[in-house]
Design a binder for this molecule. Sequence first.
Ligand SMILES: [Fe+2]
Ligand SMILES: [Fe+2]
Length: 223
Amino acid sequence: MSATTYLNMDYIDKLKISEDGKNIIRNYDILVKKNLNRNLYLHSVNTLKYASMLSEKHNVDLKDHLRICIASILHDYGKSLDIDKQRKIVIKNIKEVKIKSGDMEIDALFHGFSGSFILREELSISDKKIIEAVRYHTTGKLNMNMVDKIVYISDKIEDDRQYEDIDYLREISLKNINLCLLEVYKNNIIYIIKRNKRFYSQTFNIWNNICRLYGGFLNGPGR
Ligand SMILES: [Fe+2]
Ligand SMILES: [Fe+2]
C-alpha cells in the first residue's frame, strides 16, 4: 500500500464479505490506524488483503472469511503496548498459553499472546477462531485450522514482504495451502537459525505435526 492510500479505506469495499462485516472491518481499521505506527498499520492492511484473496481462492465460507479479515487486521494489535506491558498481560493469563520459562526471554513471542487477550478483554471479541488465529500467528500451533493457516501465512508473505523464496511461497499459497504452511514454517525456522535466535519451546512439536500432516509433498525448492 502506498503513502497516498494510507487514509483510504476503499480496499474494504472490495472485500467479498457482508456489508455488516465491512462495517466491522472499517471500525477496526480506524482502531489499528490510531494505535499502531504507520508501517504496522500498512502491514496489517496488507495482511488482511492477502488473507482475503487466499480465502476466495480456497473457497473459504463467508463466516470464516470474515473471521480471517478480523484476525488479519488485528493480528499485530498486541504491539500497541510496549514489551513490558505485553509480558505482564501474558503472565496474568499464563494458564491459557503454552509457555515455558525460557520462552519468557523471547520478546517476539509476546505480542500474539498478549494481543489475543486485549482482543477479548478490551474489544469484547469472544470468537475462538479469531482469538486463536491472533494468539498463534507468530508461533503456529498444533492442528491449525483454515483460519489459523491463512492468517499465519498471509502475515509472512503479504505484498510488502521481500525475501528470498517469497515468489515461490506466494505461488504455492494459491495452489496448496498445506504445502505453503509447511514451506513458510520451514522458512521461519531457517530465519531463526541463521540469526542465532532461540526457538519457542513448542516449535519442534509444531514442525513435527505439520510434517506428519503435510510433509508428503516432495516438490519444494530442494532445501
Ligand atoms: Fe506479528
Ligand atoms: Fe504481522
